[in-house]
Design a protein around this ligand. Structure first.
Ligand SMILES: [Zn+2]
Length: 281
């Protein structure tokens, strides 16, 4: 289960970006700036979205138009780079950009203003990350795979292309590494990866209360199963995982956790359990 194990070490690795050290330097040096390229045209973008982005099929025509416009803008305005061990293809960029567009369909691309670069890796990155071990009080640094990373402030997002494509084609499985990492950047927009997204007033108070009730309580509930266990790694992961499920399995999330579902509707200004076009039989 490299995917689950690698569901991310963003917090630990994010810290490494800031603290520096040999690993940080090596990682930065391993980036390869993409050569100047001609951006794909509208037909190419629509073709890849139609083929790879399952969530786009359920959008109404206005949302589909917004998705294509956002995809184009993200391709034009962000720096796209390949990791040293991979190539950057139009298909990968379009698929990742289109999935990133889904959470911001009710906005322009402003929520991603701090995403300056997206680094595309061919597959999971394996490294020795110090983390909690299988027994309480122990630690391990055995290699673990990381399929996505989001770094604070103006730091980049890194995405494994194979995981992104799989998630994009099979949203019913409930995971989407692209939506997960971009949700982290939304969370970080106020300067903190604390699981508290940029809400204001009553909505912000309600989110904090919800986090207290749902994340910080000691006894698990049956409804928790709608979120994979990684959600309880930290409040930031709770928000990112909940966002994935909100877009990939909205009806299940609404049924299991209606307060969480309603709060995410308010944040993203979407109601994916009800505002999508039902798929044709
Ligand atoms: Zn995460």
């Amino acid at each position: 289960m490299a995917r689950l194990a690698g569901a991310d070490a963003q917090t630990a690795r994010g810290a490494a970006w800031f603290t520096g050290g040999p690993g940080t330097v090596r990682r930065i040096m391993s980036w390869r700036r993409a050569p100047a390229r001609t951006l794909p045209d509208d037909a190419a973008i629509a073709s890849v979205v139609g083929r790879n982005v399952r969530l786009a099929r359920d959008l109404n025509p206005a949302m589909q138009a917004t998705l294509l416009a956002h995809t184009t803008e993200l391709l034009q305005t962000k720096r796209w780079e390949a990791a040293a061990d991979g190539a950057l293809t139009d298909e990968a960029m379009i698929t990742i950009a289109a999935n990133a567009a889904i959470p911001i369909l009710s906005f322009d691309t402003w929520p991603y203003r701090q995403v300056k670069a997206i680094i595309v890796r061919p597959t999971a990155a394996y490294g020795n990350v110090l983390r909690s071990g299988p027994v309480a009080g122990t630690y391990t640094d055995t290699p673990m795979g990381t399929i996505g990373e989001a770094t604070p402030d103006r730091g980049p997002i890194a995405i494994s292309w194979d995981a992104a494509l799989h998630d994009s084609r099979y949203p019913a499985l409930g995971s989407n590494v692209v939506i997960h990492e971009f949700a982290h950047k939304i969370d970080m927009a106020d300067g903190y990866a604390d699981g508290v997204p940029p809400l204001r007033g009553v909505a912000l108070d309600e989110w904090r209360t919800l986090l207290d009730d749902e994340y910080h309580r000691s006894e698990p509930q049956p409804s928790d199963e709608v979120l994979r266990p990684y959600a309880w790694a930290s409040p930031a992961e709770y928000f990112a995982v909940a966002t994935e499920v909100f877009f990939c399995r909205p009806a299940e999330l609404e049924a299991a956790k209606p307060r969480l579902y309603a709060a995410l509707c308010n944040l993203y200004q979407q109601d994916p359990a009800h505002d999508r076009v039902p798929p044709l039989p």
